[in-house]
Design a protein around this ligand. Structure first.
Ligand code: TYD
Length: 228
């Protein structure tokens, strides 16, 4: 353990934490910072992002996010493609990393499907959870951190003229959906946290990134006070 590192970081070995939330919440910046903190403390980190993270998953990602897809994708097809990419990621990267005692940090996971294809898209929670049982087997996250922002802040961060550097990149097919959709996405995340508070923590992502990071570290520390 590196000096000055919080002692609870050692308890993250073999753990699985997901960073998730609506587009424009700034989770990817927090993800990089948290991964650096943990690895500087001497705990190995396996970073994965969804959709993608494996060669097969990256090919699925292109199908899912391509703004030039001419056909309207069927919602069940979309959900199962996300799940298929996830099954590959679990088998190829997540399960082996945990077995080696590394912390798995995922940028999005099944919580995204529950919010985007479920609450916002209209698929039932049961259908998604059942497909998830096949894709994940027993590999469910210990904790899902939800970076919550209101729609106004999120869409300002998504606006190319207003957003700061860390929110760069053009809108993909899913980001390009309307305001009503994104509002429901946010509600979907908050509902997941309400239904299962033991495995979720909601972080207000409106303040400046340094403040968000301080709150994030505190919240994770409180959940990992003992070794897993
Ligand atoms: P990405 O460019 O990775 O966005 P971000 O940087 O915000 O993570 O695109 C992922 C998009 O796919 C994002 O809009 C959320 C959406 N998505 C789903 O709709 N369902 C899912 O299961 C996942 C993992 C992502």
């Amino acid at each position: 353990m590196a000096q000055n590192a919080p002692s609870w970081i050692a308890n993250l070995r073999g753990g699985f934490i997901v960073f998730d939330g609506p587009d424009g919440g700034g989770k990817s910046t927090q993800f990089r910072r948290f991964a650096s903190l943990v690895s500087a403390a001497g705990v190995g980190v396996c970073e994965v992002r969804e959709p993608g993270g494996t060669e097969i998953g990256e090919q699925v990602r292109r199908v899912l996010l391509d703004p030039h897809n001419k056909e309207e994708i069927d919602l069940n097809c979309e959900m199962l493609l996300f799940m298929a990419s996830r099954a590959q990621l679990v088998a190829q990267r997540i399960r082996p990393a945990r077995a080696e005692g590394r912390l798995v940090l995922a940028d999005r996971f099944i919580s995204s499907t529950l919010a985007y294809q479920g609450t916002a898209g209209g698929l039932s929670r049961d259908d998604i959870v059942n497909a998830g049982k096949i894709a994940l087997r027993d590999c469910w996250p210990d904790l899902v951190v939800i970076f919550d922002v209101d729609e106004a802040t999120a869409s300002a961060r998504m606006n190319p003229l207003l957003r700061p550097q860390e929110f760069a990149a053009d809108k993909d097919r899913i980001e390009a959906r309307g305001d009503g959709f994104h509002k429901r996405v946010r509600q979907g995340y908050l509902e997941q946290a309400r239904l299962d508070p033991q495995h979720h923590v909601v972080i207000d992502a409106t303040p400046a990134p340094d403040e968000v990071f301080t709150r994030l570290v505190k919240a994770i520390g409180e959940r990992f006070t003992t070794p897993r």
